[in-house]
Design a protein around this ligand. Structure first.
Ligand SMILES: Cc1cc2nc3c(=O)[nH]c(=O)nc-3n(C[C@H](O)[C@H](O)[C@H](O)COP(=O)(O)OP(=O)(O)OC[C@H]3O[C@@H](n4cnc5c(N)ncnc54)[C@H](O)[C@@H]3O)c2cc1C
Length: 618
């Protein structure tokens, strides 16, 4: 094919969870955006479990929604079971999770992309970059097309030089059924000089419902709460799942399953040294569980439907890279799965990733400031983590194309801010995944208030439409009025707010006191009441967190120029000097989070920055 040239503001490479949000965010900002992806039928594919949300991840989905992104509303369309996790703990760490119809999710996301202005999707494999005068100004594809652009987002997931492992068999692949992306990997390291490492992950087998005996399994029903992921209910024409309450099932592996694993460890690519990539501790393979926890006789497994119109079930908890015949033996040793037929075998995948110390908090590559990376390529794991980063990268790619500085989300604003800060400040030794424990401001970063935290920022940045912002403002005003009223009005000598405190965060408790003009037959008013019950419960603690946020913001206001010379700061230890010079923190607050940088070294930096600032202003 002859070389064709087209021109865009932003090109996004990869239509996975990161790439979709990146392309949508960029287009929302008005940038002419091109999304290149290897297979348009595989857009937003859930490579692993058919679910969105979960602990800390559910918060991210709500944040994406508050920032005008798509993951929340697409999940609502594709939901076949909804649960609020962590209900046994305080409401600060409750996390929504939805089982999804995988195919419905993909179709709805493709529909969203296709119907977004300023955005074109094109099926092609990006293979390299066009560089002119030391600047990246385009992307080349396998079919020798050249697309010119002002900035690029790379969100290629597990595809970079991907290698699939089924026992001792291995071959190149981006994930099962997809080719790897090897030329782009070479371009990132060879052409751009970006340092790449190797990580690994794995997925369990899928089995057919008609071959499963569910009769003795524990049923896990949908909680079918009225809550949805999205704050902005809309009458969209998305493809939708109709069954909203499909059950999941719980089973336990047996002693025999563990014996089969032990007898076949020599066929495991991990234990025989065939896999060099580093995997996750928190999401271990089944063989890892058996070896690391020999005292556990059984392990809990969840059978999760992959959708409304499919027989396939995902078996959560039995990810493995053992050979196909061993997988059959393993499953047949589990009650109810004696006759189970595997539709897709489990496997492990190794892939290249970009060491994220080479990117900044806006997700730009430090030495190529108009190229942004997002998702699995940055060493993270999970659809939600990928989508959150995608939104940040798309936003900043569009800003960069428009000559603006990248926007950085603070840790006090969102889990997205926690993640981007962690990624570029801490050393990545295994795939990064969000937990609520990673956030120091957990009481503020709740799933129920992401709109209050982020809609005003999103509207200012151009990520949230006027219509959605108006919807949010109406709600926020009503909430503020109700809170003010509850703090004033009294019942039996106590303010209503004090009465709310006595509910100890129990949002489903019976209310035995007046609640002003809130009408709990209305969903919006019920939400206001729930939110005030939570706020009242944490009131004192939230005040304390807000004070500590103020202190953090003081340090965040101390900006460190990208060309800051750490050698000129006398008194820094060599180790700190090296780390600071490598990570190039953008603020004193970020510098304070680098492992090993001491408070006295921070003071030295502060004094030095003040000197630079004074010189500039005099
Ligand atoms: C086998 C397996 C097991 C997993 N297990 C887990 C797990 O247990 N827990 C968990 O949280 N996550 C798991 N994941 C990871 C999860 O799928 C990812 O975190 C998530 O999909 C990352 O989103 P992403 O957008 O970064 O990449 P992906 O969803 O992988 O999307 C990448 C997209 O980029 C496209 N692409 C790649 N190269 C090019 C190119 N050169 N040109 C154009 N397009 C390109 C691909 O076609 C694809 O559409 C697993 C993934 C796999 C494959």
């Amino acid at each position: 094919m002859s070389s064709i040239q087209y021109s865009y503001d932003v090109i996004v490479i990869g239509g996975g969870h990161a790439g979709c949000e990146a392309a949508l965010a960029s287009a929302r900002l008005g940038a002419r955006t091109l999304l290149l992806t290897i297979n348009m039928d595989h857009i937003a594919q859930m490579s692993c479990n058919p679910a969105v949300g979960g602990i800390a991840k559910g918060q991210v989905v709500r944040e994406i929604d508050a920032l005008g992104g798509a993951m929340g509303k697409i999940t609502d369309a594709a939901t076949i079971q909804f649960r609020m996790l962590n209900r046994g703990k305080g409401p600060a760490v409750w996390s929504p999770r939805a089982q999804c119809d995988k195919v419905c999710y993909q179709r709805a996301m493709k529909f969203e992309l296709e119907n977004t202005g300023n955005l074109i999707i094109h099926q092609a494999e990006a293979t390299g970059f066009l560089i002119e005068n030391g600047n990246i100004c385009g992307v080349r594809t396998r079919l020798e097309e050249t697309f010119r652009c002002r900035s690029v987002v790379v969100s290629t997931g597990t595809f970079l030089s991907g290698k699939l492992h089924y026992g001792l068999l291995n071959f190149p692949g981006g994930r099962a059924g997809d080719p790897p992306s090897s030329d782009l990997s070479k371009s990132l390291s060879g052409q751009l000089g970006i340092r790449l490492g190797r990580l690994k992950t794995g997925t369990p087998p899928r089995i057919l419902a008609k071959t499963i005996d569910f009769s003795n399994m524990i049923v896990q029903e949908s909680e079918s709460p009225e809550e949805t992921f999205s704050y902005f209910p809309e009458d969209s024409t998305y493809p939708r799942a109709l069954k909203k309450e499909m059950p999941c099932y719980l089973v336990k592996s047996t002693l025999k399953t563990a014996e089969i694993i032990r007898a076949n460890l020599d066929k495991s690519p991990m234990y025989s040294g065939k896999i060099s990539g580093i995997g996750t501790r928190y999401c271990p393979s089944f063989e890892d569980k058996v070896v690391r926890f020999p005292h556990h006789e059984t392990h809990l497994l969840y059978l999760e439907p992959e959708g409304e119109y499919t027989q396939e079930y995902y078996i959560n908890g039995i990810s493995t890279s053992l050979p196909a015949d061993v997988q059959v033996q393993m499953l047949h040793s589990i009650p109810g799965l004696e006759n189970a037929v595997i539709s897709r075998y489990a496997y492990a995948i190794e892939y290249d990733f970009v060491f994220p110390d080479q990117i900044n908090r806006g997700l730009a590559v430090k030495k190529w400031p108009n190229i942004f990376t997002a998702g699995q390529i940055n060493g993270t794991s999970g659809y939600e983590e990928a989508a959150g980063q995608g939104l940040v990268a798309g936003l900043n790619a569009a800003r960069s194309a428009n000559g603006k500085d990248p926007y950085e989300f603070g840790r006090e604003t969102s889990y997205i801010g926690v993640m981007t800060d962690d990624l570029v400040t801490k050393e990545i030794v295994e795939p990064y995944r969000l937990f609520t424990s990673r956030a120091e401001y957990r009481l503020i970063l709740r799933q129920d208030n992401a709109d209050l935290r982020l809609c005003p920022i999103a509207h200012k940045l151009g990520l949230l439409s006027d219509a959605k912002f108006a919807m949010f403002s109406k709600y926020a005003e009503k909430l503020a009025a109700a809170e003010a009223n509850f703090k004033m009005e009294k019942h039996n000598g106590q303010t209503i707010f004090e009465h709310l405190k006595s509910l100890a965060g129990d949002v489903s408790a019976k209310i035995g006191f007046p609640i002003g003009d809130l009408d709990i037959s209305q969903e919006e008013d019920r939400r206001i009441l729930r939110q005030l019950v939570i706020t009242a419960h944490y009131h004192g603690y939230i005040e304390r967190e807000l004070k500590s946020v103020k202190n953090l913001q003081k340090l965040e206001n101390w900006k460190i120029p990208a060309d800051f010379n750490y050698d000129a700061v006398l008194g820094l230890r060599n180790e700190s000097r090296m780390k600071l010079g490598k990570i190039l923190p953008s603020t004193l607050a970020q510098a304070s989070r680098i492992d090993g940088v001491t408070p006295s070294e921070l003071t030295l930096l502060q004094v030095h920055l003040k000197r630079i600032f004074d010189k500039k202003t005099h």
